[in-house]
Design a protein around this ligand. Sequence first.
Ligand code: GEK
Length: 245
Amino acid sequence: MSDTPKQDNLFASPLGNVPRFAFDEAVVDVFPDMIQRSVPGYQTIINLCGELAARYVQPNSNCYDLGCSLGASSLAIAQQVNQPGVSIVAVDNSAAMLSRCASVLEQGQTTAKIELVEADICDIEISNASLVVMNFTLQFIAIEKRQALVEKIYAGLNPGGCLVISEKLLFEPESLNQLLSELHHQFKSAQGYSDLEISQKRDSLENFLLPETLETHINRIKACGFNSASPWFQCFNFASLVAIK
Ligand code: GEK
């Protein structure tokens, strides 16, 4: 892997029929730049996962990073875990992501144990967990599978365990959704993306990234049994929620 992150220009030229977004080699190559310039507050949210690890990770327990991409959340957790016997399980179903993640983690200079698992997060077992992080991954899971996934996470968390869910959100009414989408568009323009790049990326994510309202997320989390849940961060149509079992 090169040391300088490559700039994301995947959507810079006219693509005609824009293909559906995929977490393939091309995306992996530019991923750190793409996510930093596309998700407002991304680095703040990653850092917070480290802070929560310091507070919530229990000795001899597991942490899960579901949809780990290049392992940013796992690394933040690994750097702040202060308990013995902790394993971090980083899961992604993109082989390209996981293979790059392995080399990123090698350079990450962390002594914590991080296990990489190539799998669909809907199929893995979650057990003895004290922290589960799902940063911008639930939005790619079919809506009808989300309840079962959050239920499985709840069942696998130890009492007092913590779940972080970060997502792009949908707003009601449509006029408010439009406003927050436009503010996000402005954010991306300020990050150097052209109008063409922004609109082609949006087209590629259409019907693939499926946002839900904050209320839907909170209701689901509570219905799964969590004691408490709240957003702790929001910028435009992106938010991060914390829930405690
Ligand atoms: C970060 N959390 O840097 N099972 C496993 N992985 C999946 C699935 C699935 N069913 N669906 C999608 N993914 C990271 C960023 S990116 C968010 C997460 C984004 C994976 C997919 O391969 C990709 O790596 C990740 O979820 C979503 O904090 O690109 O907007």
